[in-house]
Design a protein around this ligand. Structure first.
Ligand SMILES: [Zn+2]
Length: 721
């Protein structure tokens, strides 16, 4: 018969006690300096080394060379008090669970006054001290308060609060803690090493988890696994089945299914769990644990290498991929759903049903209105996932606009080749998170920034899609710029200063550049992917960013520059009939009225007033499609992005660009002429040249207006600053 591991490997000195350095170090120091108290209280969870430490303390105190922090191990006392030793006459262990009554206490009190037989001190180790009755403690009180010099007490308890205060206040209290998983794992590796047992490293985390920080529990479990181990040693498969954990493969499968919104796979997995006789609660707990790991990875990408997570390297890789496929907000929400669900599961009559409901909740963030659900949906958009998988009826009320639908279009196929391209291109600037890192790749247009047309095939319904997305982008462009500034100040400076969104078509965003040089800078390298990633971070989905020189014909014929349009206050030039240099303000009151009244009131705000408030975005996202009737088609810059920062510079460069670029869409001819007309009035706008914030708000109106005026889709806007 073999000795249990936790007994065989019980520490014999404080130096051997693992994971309790906060306790053992001061104790060793006290022994070293001889500042020894007459009573100690060791508290902490079970199996973390309290009783062992009490024995070590006794051994240290009674060593012939002691009191010493490092008992010699050879003297009579040390041998007797060794972990596997027979014990010593003068070191009395009392289990208060069975001997906690007042009579036992009185008995102890009487014996305590006798001097030790052979050792320096007579030491009472009172285990489970919280079980000592109140009367028992009171009987001991005087003794513990003023013990004879040969007497020492060590109370060990898992519930120090149950030890009466009068006793507690006479002790030195050392709180033990649960063992950190890494320490526990290291301990097990050492033990398995000295036992010469082969093992699969993947099995150890299971033991650590089952042991829940208790060294004794963990070693007992390890012992059990060892007992059942054949020549292969401790294997993951056996550990999983013995410990009742959900197999990691099953967890991988269900998390992947969640990431893909594959309800069929999710519920099939749940079915397999139940059919396999597993406990739904256990599975939910395991899945929650998995989500926890993923949340950590999603938030701390280096967690995989920093030891924050205790998993084998190959598993960490899988986890990182899973974290990237779901995204932090969705993961957090999933974890919350399961955490709440686990509480509900306690005592539930149908845990399976609850489990399935939890899965459904994770699958359908659209069904919930909370912030977490919103974030999850946003993230899914960002990943270009299938948001629309949520039943339309459920999702509809929450969905602001058809925006999510575009994301649902079959993206994966085109995305893959693009990702390859991205790899071929020069290394992207180190983006923050891995998840974020993926987006630029998917959104990358042709290398070198050459404008690429979207694959028409991937666009089931192009027409209705353009407007909502464009409108959304108008709203979020300032946020995109913020993100961009964070990701790459250089690209941000280039884009925010020289470029404007002149169009959105499908997932293609066209930036109009006022200067050829600035555009060259932009298209040189992979800056488009950086911008695409920034857009993706804010808007979701995958994006391509193309750059054109403002004034050159946009990516798609018929596109009209909208962004560089003059402020709403000066709509005059925009009117075709005002092609002649028309003094802005008073000109063409009717068109002026149209955008303001119909399109979107916020647009009329002056720059300082800021842009339309985000909260209203749902409503504001759509004004575009509702744009005024195409009666006064014509003026390209008409009412454009309003009072935004465009201003004088915008007007001027727009004129230049238009003059140089030649080919232009309808109404373009009138444009250069229109510019001078408003130059004077625009001066004031220059005050805030970088105020992108208002730009977008107003652009909305501009877009709507231009669309109305031109009767076409706007695919691009130009900013000139
Ligand atoms: Zn000794």
């Amino acid at each position: 018969m073999s000795l249990a591991l936790y007994r065989k490997y019980r520490p014999g000195t404080f130096a051997e006690v693992k994971g309790q350095e906060h306790v053992t170090e001061p104790l060793r120091q006290a022994l070293r300096t001889g500042r020894i108290n007459h009573a100690y209280l060791f508290s902490g969870p079970r199996g973390c080394g309290k009783t062992s430490s009490a024995r070590i303390l006794a051994r240290s105190l009674n060593c012939e060379k002691g009191p010493t922090p490092d008992p010699c191990g050879v003297c009579e006392s040390c041998v007797a008090l060794a972990p596997t030793g027979p014990g010593h006459l003068d070191v009395i262990e009392i289990d208060a669970a069975s001997h906690g009554g007042v009579d036992d206490a009185r008995d102890l009190r009487e014996r305590a006054f006798f001097a030790p037989v052979a050792a320096r001190f007579k030491i009472y180790i009172i285990d489970e001290a919280h079980m000592v009755t109140r009367e028992g403690f009171n009987a001991l009180l005087k003794l513990v308060e003023e013990p004879p010099p040969h007497l020492k007490f060590v109370f060990a308890t898992t519930e120090p609060e149950k030890v009466i205060g009068t006793i507690k206040s006479r002790t030195h209290h050392y709180p033990f803690r649960l063992m950190p998983p890494a320490t526990l794992r290291q301990l097990m590796e050492e033990i398995l090493g000295s036992e010469s047992v082969p093992y699969e490293p993947a099995a150890l985390p299971l033991v650590v988890r089952a042991g829940a920080g208790s060294a004794r529990d963990s070693l007992s479990i390890l012992d059990q696994l060892l007992a059942g181990a054949d020549d292969a040693g401790i294997t993951y498969a056996r550990a999983v089945s013995l410990l009742g954990y959900t197999d990691a493969d099953l967890l991988d499968e269900i998390v992947t299914a969640f990431a893909r919104r594959d309800g069929a796979k999710v519920f099939a997995a749940v079915n397999r769990i139940i059919e396999g006789g597993h406990d739904p609660r256990r599975f939910a707990a395991d899945l929650l644990e998995r989500f926890r790991d993923l949340v950590v990875i999603a938030n701390v990408p280096e967690a995989t290498s920093s030891g924050l997570l205790d998993h084998p390297a190959d598993e960490l890789e899988r986890l990182a991929a899973q974290a990237a496929s779901m995204g932090p907000a969705e993961l957090t929400r999933a974890a919350e759903v399961f955490n709440a669900g686990l509480t509900e599961m306690r005592g539930a009559t149908s845990p399976r049903l609850l489990l399935e409901l939890m899965c459904a909740r994770v699958l359908l963030p659209g069904a919930e209105g909370g912030e977490a659900a919103m974030m999850a949906r946003l993230e899914r958009l960002e990943r270009g996932g299938v948001v629309a998988a949520a039943p339309a009826a459920v999702a509809a009320p929450a969905e602001p606009s058809p925006a999510p639908r575009p994301a649902a279009r079959p993206e994966p196929a085109p995305a893959a080749p693009r990702a390859e391209e991205a790899e071929r291109a020069e290394p992207r600037p180190p983006a923050a998170r891995p998840a974020a890192d993926d987006w630029p790749a998917a959104a990358k247009p042709g290398s070198g920034g050459q404008p690429r047309r979207p694959e028409p095939a991937s666009d089931p319904a192009p027409a209705p899609r353009v407007a909502p997305q464009g409108g959304a982008l108008q709203h979020t462009w300032p946020q995109v710029l913020d993100v961009l500034r964070r990701r790459s100040p250089a690209v941000w400076a280039n884009v925010s200063t020289h470029a404007e969104v002149i169009g959105v078509e499908g997932n293609i965003v066209t930036l109009g550049y006022s200067q050829v040089g600035a555009m060259r800078y932009f298209v040189n390298g992979t800056k488009d992917t950086v911008v695409a990633a920034a857009i993706a971070e804010v808007m979701g989905g995958t994006w391509k960013v193309e750059a054109v020189v403002a004034g050159s014909s946009g990516p798609s014929a018929g596109a009209a520059p909208a962004r560089q349009a003059p402020p709403a206050a000066r709509p005059a030039p925009s009117r075709p009939e005002n092609a002649a240099p028309a003094p802005a303000p008073q000109a063409s009151p009717s068109p002026q009225a149209a955008p303001s009244a119909q399109a979107s009131p916020p647009a009329r705000r002056q720059p300082a007033a800021g842009r339309p408030q985000a909260p209203s975005s749902q409503a504001d996202d759509d004004p575009w499609p509702d744009a005024p009737p195409p009666d006064d088609v014509g003026g390209p810059p008409g009412g454009g992005r309003g009072p935004a920062r465009g201003g004088l510079a915008a007007a001027r460069s727009a004129a230049n660009a238009a003059a140089q670029a030649g080919p232009r869409q309808a109404g373009a001819t009138g444009w250069p002429d229109a510019v001078p007309g408003r130059t004077g009035a625009v001066e004031a706008d220059e005050v805030d040249p970088d105020n992108d914030a208002d730009a977008d708000a107003d652009a909305l109106t501009g877009m709507a207006l231009v669309q109305r005026e031109l009767g076409g889709q706007i695919i691009g806007e130009i900013d000139h600053s």
